[in-house]
Design a protein around this ligand. Structure first.
Ligand SMILES: Nc1ncnc2c1ncn2[C@@H]1O[C@H](COP(=O)(O)OP(=O)(O)OP(=O)(O)O)[C@@H](O)[C@H]1O
Ligand SMILES: [Mg+2]
Length: 584
């Protein structure tokens, strides 16, 4: 063989790739495991998803198995029965024929060899013709001391060959004996029976008389019966399949219809009902389903009505409260203006009243806003505005609160303006709520605001390092009226509606508001808004989870390319250095 890269006699250089190339298999052979796998997957899929296919297949296989067992049993029993009856008949007929042969021998007075031969011929011819059955006769000389008559006379040569030595020995011992044999016919054989008995020609000696019966008619009858059974079995299996198909249509059909109705109901078509036919189990199921559906839709309608009533109540009450509140506010302002002349205790009460009135007004505004969202009346007053400017204005308004709370604010804003289709009032409200929340929960630590934009979206992230939240709290943080600890000492806000409104505001823009928190490590809220109205950003320009708090990824095991040699000193595998260590 030519080495790769060497020159052959013909002056050709054998390319190494050619020598080492693997035998190319045809694409079909290469893909056949895929085909097989796909085919198996499809069959399993159909089996799992179609009750009709399962019932049909089970009926067919089960029916075929049962019929094969019953057919096999019937065939064996019939064959044995036919055989036994025929052998019984053959033995009786042979005994009678042998008795007649013996009486013919007894009546004869043969002495010479020719006479004996003639007698045997006559008997053989007579007995072969006497039976209506297909039988041959064979007469064999019984003992060797008889030297007068012929050794054998047979109506057919092949019949003589069918007589076995064991049968001859048995017959020599006396009595009637029989044996099953295979008789040659053409190229094949047919089953047969040989019956033998000893007779005596007076003055000459013993002759064994054998009758060879062919069981061809019985075999034909059995074959016909088996053929008929086979045809009947195929017809029966076909009938079973047809019956199974009809039965599954009758049972699976209503089930499919029921599941269709149930699916439509689950999609919110609460008027969907099943058709009730007759009085059977399916009708009972349909009636029960319909009753359940009616009950459910009634309850849903009642709850919707209740919810609408509640929403209207909240909205009406908020509206109604505005008028008296305005009056109270005016009165409070008058009192507030004159508070310098009050004694200290009264002045403090006046200040408290003004504070609480502010909170009251904020709450009322929040409630009205929420009821507007619920009523679907909230609309986005979108305009092309600079988000940086909006955020900067909010940050400025928060500074005094941060100072009071002892928190330093670190704000990273893009140097260039970021214009987007936003409702500045709503965006300012979201950022303000996030900032106020952060300052309130920062417990005097730094509150950081980051802002970044990409081609599709702009993100504002507010991060604090205060009390933080656990996973359960993060899950509920956007719920209405939810507060992690309502008993916390608070300076501002406090209804637990701020984040719910902020989330609705973000959604109205086509954006989203997300939260992260860890107890003792602070919280992070990220607002992502699309730059263009009508689009939904898929990703955000800023990560929500602060650096160092990313979810821990499971370390992949490192596999060495080959098993390293054992350490000669310890006799164990050497410690492989951690590959990630090197990167650090
Ligand atoms: N930065 C944060 N750190 C820890 N918990 C927070 C933070 N921001 C919000 N929360 C939790 O989420 C709750 C809900 O906040 P949300 O802004 O909706 O209501 P609120 O601030 O209590 O009242 P308001 O309606 O005046 O805003 C807060 O009460 C607080 O428990
Ligand atoms: Mg708040």
């Amino acid at each position: 063989m030519t080495e790769p890269g060497t020159e052959t006699d013909a002056g050709l250089v054998v390319p190494p790739a050619t020598l080492g190339a693997r035998v190319r298999r045809s694409p079909w052979v290469r893909r056949s495991p895929q085909f097989a796998r796909r085919w198996v997957r499809q069959v399993v899929g159909v089996w799992r998803t179609s009750l009709r296919v399962r019932v049909l297949a089970t009926t067919l296989v089960g029916g075929w198995l049962a019929l094969s067992l019953i057919g096999g049993f019937v065939a064996v029993r019939t064959r044995d029965g036919l055989f036994e009856a025929r052998v019984h008949q053959i033995l009786a007929e042979s005994a009678r024929s042998t008795a007649r042969v013996q009486s013919t021998f007894d009546a004869s007075s043969v002495t010479t060899s020719a006479e004996v031969q003639q007698l045997l011929y006559d008997v053989t011819t007579e007995q072969s013709a006497a039976s209506t059955q297909q039988r041959q006769m064979v007469i064999l000389r019984g003992a060797d001391d008889n030297l007068v008559g012929p050794r054998a006379v047979a109506s057919d040569v092949s019949a003589a060959e069918a007589v076995g030595a064991s049968l001859r020995d048995a017959v020599a011992g006396g009595g009637q004996h029989w044996q099953s044999v295979a008789l040659p016919v053409g190229d094949g054989t047919v089953p047969g029976v040989v019956v033998g008995q000893s007779t005596t020609v007076p003055g000459v000696g013993d002759y064994q008389v054998f009758f060879v019966y062919s069981l061809q008619p019985e075999q034909d009858r059995l074959d016909f019966l088996l053929r008929t059974l086979g045809v009947a079995a195929v017809a029966l299996v076909g009938l079973l399949a047809a019956m199974a198909y009809v039965v599954t249509r009758q049972t699976v059909g209503p089930v499919v219809a029921a599941s269709h109705v149930a699916a439509r109901f689950a999609q919110g078509h609460l008027d969907e009902r099943m058709v009730v036919h007759g009085d059977d189990e399916m009708a009972t199921l349909a009636r029960t389903f319909n009753a359940m559906a009616a009950n459910l839709s009634e309850q849903i309608a009642r709850m919707e009505e209740l919810s609408t009533l509640q929403r209207r109540f909240v909205s009406d009450v908020s509206h109604e409260l505005r008028t008296p509140l305005t009056t109270v506010r005016m009165a409070a302002e008058v009192i507030g203006d004159a508070s310098d002349t009050f004694e200290p205790a009264l002045r403090r009460s006046a200040e408290l009243m003004v504070d609480q009135l502010d909170r009251f007004e904020d709450m009322l505004a929040d409630l009205l806003e929420i009821s507007r969202f619920d009523a679907g009346a909230a609309t986005l007053d979108a305009q092309c505005a600079d988000v940086v400017a909006v955020v900067r204005d909010v940050v400025e308004t928060i500074e005094p609160l941060a100072e009071r709370r002892g928190s330093r604010m670190v704000v990273w804003l893009p140097e260039e303006p970021v214009t987007a289709d936003i409702d500045p009032r709503r965006v300012a409200r979201i950022v303000r709520n996030l900032m106020v929340n952060a300052v309130e929960h920062a417990d005097g630590t730094v509150v950081q605001l980051d802002m970044a934009a990409d081609a599709q979206a702009v993100a504002v992230r507010v991060r604090d390092r205060g009390v933080g939240m656990d996973a359960d709290q993060v899950e509920h943080v956007f719920d209405r009226f939810w507060r992690a600890d309502p008993a916390r000492a608070r300076t501002t806000g406090g209804t637990g509606l701020g984040l719910a409104i902020s989330a609705e505001d973000a959604r109205l823009h086509g954006g989203r508001l997300e939260a992260w928190g860890r107890p003792g490590h602070g919280a992070s809220f990220r607002l992502t808004l699309p730059l263009y109205a009508g689009t939904v950003p898929k990703s955000s320009p800023l990560p929500l989870v602060p650096a160092g708090h990313e979810p821990v990824r499971r370390a992949r095991p490192h596999y060495a390319a080959a098993m390293p040699p054992l350490d000669p000193e310890t006799g164990s595998l050497p410690i492989v250095p951690d590959p990630t260590e090197a990167d650090r």
